[in-house]
Design a binder for this molecule. Structure first.
Ligand code: ATP
Ligand code: MG
Length: 273
């Protein structure tokens, strides 16, 4: 369904050997408070891997550190401690200029509050992302079509509904097919049907294009689209569940109740899986 090609991604997403795109070891973020000793560790001891071609869903209660972790994975926030390697690069400790380039080239981000540019139309918002990724902004229309918004291309964000804005934000994130898409509550403003469509689109990016997709959500319906589920509580990752088994390079869904769900969970602290 995607008309445009992405350089080199076909090999990245080889299904029989899913490549590790993100790897963290005991990653942590501390927000200092105004008064001495009043700071919080929003994320602590987070060891995980994210694979090309997978949809990884990060769940947990409000305030458990999901956005903070996602922002670190996307190079938007500098970790306080631990290691963060993305595509083999030490993103946790590199300088701001390098991190900015990394975000531009590698990450499509869907923000919790959309972050669309208010003075630009839907097509221009998507076009800016394409330009930053070295692509033709004229391709914006194709991405708006993917989210069913071609007829709103010339509308400004404040002329769109919340759900429509969210879909523009998704179009912007997938524009130019970056190797990683990080999405914070991408279905929060969508009705059931559009939520399914948005997740279906992200799933196609992952399974057909080899994109590494990480979705933060409260929405239990999103879980159905997950290849792996990471659960957070109080800043800690406490469970990692893989929901498929690779047999001869093909994904086979592991159904609940077979005793296989949760097989990765025991390895969180050792292997950082
Ligand atoms: N900039 C900040 N300064 C200080 N504390 C912060 C900051 N951002 C987040 N926190 C704190 O870090 C913790 C984790 O916040 P975070 O936004 O990562 O949670 P979340 O799981 O994304 O929650 P939600 O589901 O409500 O979006 C919270 O206790 C929050 O108050
Ligand atoms: Mg959040």
């Amino acid at each position: 369904m995607f008309a445009m090609e992405i350089d080199g991604l076909a090999q990245v997403g080889s299904p029989s050997f899913p490549d590790t795109v993100i790897e963290t070891h005991r990653l942590g973020k501390y927000y200092p408070g105004a008064a001495k000793g009043s700071g919080v560790w929003a994320v602590r001891f987070a060891s995980l891997r994210v694979f090309a071609g997978d949809i990884t869903v990060l769940m947990g209660p409000s305030g458990s550190g999901k956005t903070t972790l996602l922002c670190m994975l996307g190079g938007l926030l500098k970790p306080t401690e631990g290691f963060l390697y993305v595509c083999g690069e030490d993103i946790g400790r590199c300088g701001e200029e390098r991190r900015r380039r990394f975000r531009r080239e590698k990450i499509g981000f869907v923000f919790q509050n959309f972050n669309l540019l208010a003075s630009l139309t839907a097509a221009e918002n998507v076009g800016v992302a394409l330009s930053l990724r070295g692509r033709d902004p004229g391709e914006a229309m194709a991405y708006l079509e993917h989210v069913g918004l071609a007829d709103k291309a010339d509308f400004l964000p404040d002329q769109l509904s919340g759900g429509q804005r969210q879909r523009v934000a998704i179009a912007r994130a997938i524009a130019g097919e970056p190797p990683m898409i990080l999405a914070d509550e991408p279905t929060a403003a969508l009705d059931a049907e559009h939520g399914r469509e948005a997740m279906g689109l992200l799933r196609r990016m992952a399974h057909e294009r080899g994109t590494a997709v990480v979705v933060v959500t409260h929405d239990p319906r999103v879980r159905d689209f997950a290849d792996r589920v990471l659960e957070m509580e109080d800043g800690r990752l406490h469970k990692i569940v893989r929901r498929y088994r690779l047999i001869a390079g093909r994904r086979h869904k592991i159904s609940a109740g077979t005793g296989e769900i949760g097989e990765e969970s025991g390895r969180i602290s050792d292997a950082g899986t």
